[in-house]
Design a protein around this ligand. Structure first.
Ligand code: 48H
Length: 257
């Protein structure tokens, strides 16, 4: 049967439109497609929640692809091994409590399993603002990343969600917008972003999980964004904290929804 380019085009437009329209109102909107956001999206979708993710870049995965300094292996500690097992990511023991996994297998599997569980991902979409109401943050303001990159003056669109998760990593972009533009204070000691601190892997890994929580009504932080918001240190290429943080936020939100 001959292939018709117009049917190919229609198929893409129709299916994308369907995805877009079905995700204008969701339970949870996750900003950023790094490891913590993907794990959160997977567990929320698995719990039957309607969950969407926006990722600025063309590729999903954030900072996991490159392992440590482009040596594409990651380290995961024992406490988080059950998450690798849940996703079917292969790992090897290096020495007691230190396990390694191939970074490419890890991030591609997190992405694939999250989407298959029901997470809808929009890549090449940047979150530039939040929607606010007296009760808190109730959605996101989105635009094509190429619009942002080209500096075009084009108004964005808006999506509503019961909860927003900032999974933007070191940049903490959603929390930054909230601090700058939404009346009220963050649930942190200073009421503002405390700022990421220097390397201390052991301390940072525990704090990442502790700091994974609601920081403004309707807004949760996860992964590196959680530490940056609460003033925790960085941890380098050990990823257990990122995975456990995603699992924690999903559990808390599923409980509230
Ligand atoms: C849409 C956005 C926006 C926006 C950013 O950095 P990530 O991998 O995030 P985490 O927290 O899941 O993982 C952190 C980890 O990769 C890491 O950097 C570690 C462990 N560092 C330790 C250390 O010591 O350095 O992913 C965040 C994603 C990226 O893909 C961004 O492109 C995306 O968020 N993003 N997407 N709209 N406004 N801002």
């Amino acid at each position: 049967m001959a292939l018709d380019e117009i049917i190919i085009t229609k198929a893409i437009i129709d299916r994308y439109y369907e995805k877009l329209i079905n995700n204008l109102e969701t339970d949870v909107a996750i900003v950023g497609g790094g490891p913590s956001g993907l794990v959160a999206g997977y567990y929320l979708a698995k719990a039957g929640k309607k969950v969407v993710m926006y990722e600025r870049k063309l590729s999903i995965g954030g900072g996991m692809w490159g392992g440590g300094m482009m040596f594409n292996e990651i380290v995961v500690q024992k406490d988080a091994i059950h998450i690798l097992e849940e996703f079917g990511i292969r790992f090897r023991e290096f020495q007691e409590n230190y396990y390694t996994a191939d970074a490419v297998e890890a991030i591609s599997t997190l992405t694939s399993k999250a989407v298959q569980a029901g997470l809808t991902i929009f890549n090449c979409v940047s979150v530039e603002d939040v929607m606010m109401r007296p009760e808190g943050i109730t959605g996101l303001v989105i635009n094509w990343s190429p619009v942002e990159m080209a500096g075009l003056h084009i108004d964005p669109l808006t999506v509503r969600s019961k909860f927003v998760v900032d999974a933007t990593g070191h940049a903490t972009e959603v929390v930054k917008v909230a601090v700058r533009k939404v009346p009220g204070k963050l649930m942190t000691p200073s009421g503002k972003i405390e700022g990421e601190k220097s390397m201390w892997a052991d301390h940072a890994e525990n704090l990442t999980i502790e700091n994974t929580r609601e920081v403004f009504p309707g807004l949760y932080v996860v992964g590196m964004a959680a530490n940056a918001t609460a003033g925790g240190p960085r941890m380098g290429p050990i990823f257990g904290g990122m995975l456990l943080s995603g699992e924690k936020v999903a559990g808390e939100l599923a409980g509230r929804l």
